[in-house]
Design a protein around this ligand. Structure first.
Ligand SMILES: C[S@@+](CC[C@H](N)C(=O)[O-])C[C@H]1O[C@@H](n2cnc3c(N)ncnc32)[C@H](O)[C@@H]1O
Length: 203
């Protein structure tokens, strides 16, 4: 095994969030990022209608479905298959493809959503010049979707990477939402440039 993969595996096994998610039955440590954001900002409520972009393996959808309950809706989209989660409608497809957008629109119907959450990230090459624009494009698509499907007052949470283009993304959020927060959850690895933008109060 390569040294880098070995180091990643060792870190992963020692990680408190990996241990906690295994014990709690969450599919990924990412659940703890959403739980922390939920605790501070209360973006999910019982009965909410939620779209989860880049959902595999399903940690965020598990958290969302648990909070919105039977009267709510959670639609999960990913390139990869997400094995079934109670209370979650799964769409397998590439969110950059129009067919996937059509599938999403036909599942959510005419009623607006309360929240869009996007943890989408491209396969990272390690080269900023390639990864940064790919990630920014996914955030732009999530922002476009949120503008289309959110009710006034609704919210968008999206993973971004600090670097070139992020100020344009922040401007995009400010244009569509009354409030913008930049969030680095404790469960986000320190060396990662990932940051979450939360827009609340869809205009
Ligand atoms: C960090 S993972 C998401 C983890 C998830 N939030 C959880 O809690 O389990 C990022 C996901 O984004 C997905 N993704 C990346 N590009 C995508 C695209 N164009 N369309 C749909 N999903 C995409 C990847 O397949 C990957 O599963």
């Amino acid at each position: 095994m390569a040294k880098r993969s070995r180091r990643w595996l060792d870190e992963h096994e020692r990680d408190v969030y990996v241990k906690a998610s295994r014990e709690a039955g969450y599919r990924s440590r990412a659940s703890y990022k959403l739980l922390e954001i939920q605790e501070k900002y209360g973006i999910l409520k019982p009965g909410h209608r939620v779209l989860d972009l880049g959902a595999a393996p399903g940690g965020w959808s598990q958290v969302a479905a648990g909070i919105v309950g039977e009267s709510g809706l959670v639609v999960a989209v990913d390139l990869l298959e997400v094995s079934p989660i109670e209370g979650v409608t799964v769409i397998t497809g590439d969110f950059t493809e129009p067919e996937t957008l059509n599938d999403v629109m036909s599942v959510i119907g005419d009623a607006p959503l309360d929240l869009v959450i996007s943890d989408m990230a491209p396969n990272l090459s390690g080269m900023k010049e390639i990864d940064q624009p790919r990630s920014a494009y996914l955030v732009e698509l999530a922002l476009d979707m949120a503008r289309t499907v959110l009710r006034p007052g609704g919210a968008l949470l999206a993973k971004c990477f600090e670097g070139s283009g992020i100020s344009d993304l922040r401007d995009g959020f400010r244009g569509s939402f009354g409030k913008l927060n930049n969030i680095k959850p404790a469960a986000s690895r320190d060396r990662s440039r990932e940051i979450y933008l939360l827009g609340r109060g869809r205009k």
